[in-house]
Design a protein around this ligand. Structure first.
Ligand SMILES: Cc1cc2nc3c(=O)[nH]c(=O)nc-3n(C[C@H](O)[C@H](O)[C@H](O)COP(=O)(O)OP(=O)(O)OC[C@H]3O[C@@H](n4cnc5c(N)ncnc54)[C@H](O)[C@@H]3O)c2cc1C
Length: 381
């Protein structure tokens, strides 16, 4: 796995995947052959999470080579991200409560031996310990391993899902507020109430090619119960007017400006916003912060070569910036929390067309959303 932090690498890796592997994706995607053999999946999430590649680009390039019917599964996976984001946008208090719960739990568990053993990879579950080390060393886990990991964390080790979600956010190169929080809630059985994901010995053995033995798990757990309800919030995702020569802010989720819907507008300056650990609730691993910074620097190089005025600033600089600012919408996330907590009312958001179009279908479950995927593809591809 090579997550070289450049757009050029992302495109090269994606093209290789489309050319050589995508046709067998639906058959092989669930296998986790280990960190040195990842060709059966795209490994694009660290780039898509940061908007280095957009979902539209990934789908367009894929559909240039393969028919929709042949790669429907892949297209569905790419759009899961859009769905999770939209789901959270409609229920932002799920995120707020996660952050509040996390604060309390961190305090409560700071000396808990079971928790400390888990994050050090020193439990009695060998495969889990391997995934802990893999996450710390490679900053990535296969989707199936994320599901097993979360299930072992919650149901075999008996730890709160919120602490596991924090642990993932800290180390994943693709850490994403929506996909991660909702992925953990789904495994716990609170996303789809009463339906938890239970990792089992046979499933782990089969889909890891028998790489692990001695897998003793709680295979009959009851789902986690969380009685809080999150009614859909009525919000508008309409774009503010853009006048010439305004400054534009770009957060860590939309880095490739020249792939956005706003690439043909003229902006005075483009500011890429970096947030270090001093301005985050969830502390990130140094490697993850470095990855983010390098992706930003790569984008600055790309734009400077096209004669844009752009530079990186830290998020706390926003407090001193006067006048109306435009920003590519950072989504429900720590960056949006920062804007709200500091009452930065002079920032007006620009939303992506695909989000404006798709998020209205995120009011129910993914199986409902799936029905609209052909419509979304037809509209944008
Ligand atoms: C507990 C848990 C936590 C997760 N945390 C994150 C996270 O922080 N960030 C993140 O990007 N993904 C997260 N995922 C989703 C998924 O595991 C990763 O997106 C996927 O493993 C990325 O690998 P890939 O790019 O090779 O995926 P591929 O299988 O090649 O899929 C292609 C693309 O589809 C999207 N995708 C695939 N599966 C999912 C999914 N289940 N949910 C949303 N999008 C998906 C991704 O953008 C991915 O790059 C989580 C899943 C679980 C179960």
């Amino acid at each position: 796995m090579n997550f070289n932090p450049t757009r050029a690498t992302a495109i090269e890796n994606l093209n290789n995947f489309i050319e050589n592997e995508l046709s067998s994706y639906s058959k092989l995607r669930n296998f986790d052959f280990g960190p040195n053999r990842r060709t059966n999946i795209s490994c694009m999430s660290p780039y898509i999470t940061h908007g280095v590649l957009t979902e539209l680009e990934v789908m367009r390039l894929s559909l240039k080579k393969h028919s929709f019917v042949k790669i429907e599964k892949f297209i569905q996976e790419v759009l899961w991200r859009v769905y999770w984001k939209g789901w959270l946008e409609l229920r932002p208090n799920v995120w707020t409560d996660f952050i509040i719960d996390l604060k309390k739990l961190k305090q409560q568990f700071k000396d808990n031996k079971n928790y400390l053993n888990a994050i050090e990879g020193k439990t009695n579950v060998e495969c889990f310990n391997t995934w802990v080390n893999e996450l710390k060393n490679h900053n990535y886990l296969h989707n199936h391993a994320r599901m097993w990991f979360a299930s072992v964390w919650i149901f075999t080790l008996g730890l709160p899902w919120q602490l596991g979600a924090e642990f993932f956010m800290k180390y994943l190169f693709d850490g994403d507020s929506a996909s991660n929080t909702l992925g953990w809630r789904w495994v716990a059985g609170i996303q789809t109430k009463g339906k938890n994901y239970v990792a089992s010995e046979w499933n782990i053995k089969k889909f890891t090619n028998n790489r692990f033995s001695n897998i003793r798990l709680n295979e009959n757990p009851i789902p986690i119960i969380d009685d809080r309800n999150y009614p859909i919030v009525n919000r508008s995702f309409l774009n503010t007017n853009i006048s010439n020569n305004q400054d534009l802010l770009i957060f860590e989720n939309n880095l490739s400006f020249d792939q956005t819907d706003f690439k043909d507008q003229s902006f005075k300056n483009i500011y890429f916003i970096f947030s270090g650990n001093e301005t985050r609730q969830i502390e990130l691993d140094e490697k993850v912060l470095k990855f983010k910074k390098s992706l930003i620097n790569d984008q600055i190089e790309i734009l400077k070569n096209k004669s844009f005025n752009c530079k990186m600033i830290t998020i706390d600089n926003l407090k001193n910036m006067k006048g109306n600012l435009l920003a590519l919408y950072p989504s429900v996330s720590e960056n949006l929390d920062y804007i709200n907590a500091n009452k930065l009312k002079n920032i007006n958001f620009l939303f992506r067309k695909i989000d404006q179009y798709s998020w209205k279908y995120c009011n129910k479950g993914f199986f409902n959303f799936k029905n609209y995927i052909p419509k979304i593809v037809q509209e944008f591809i």
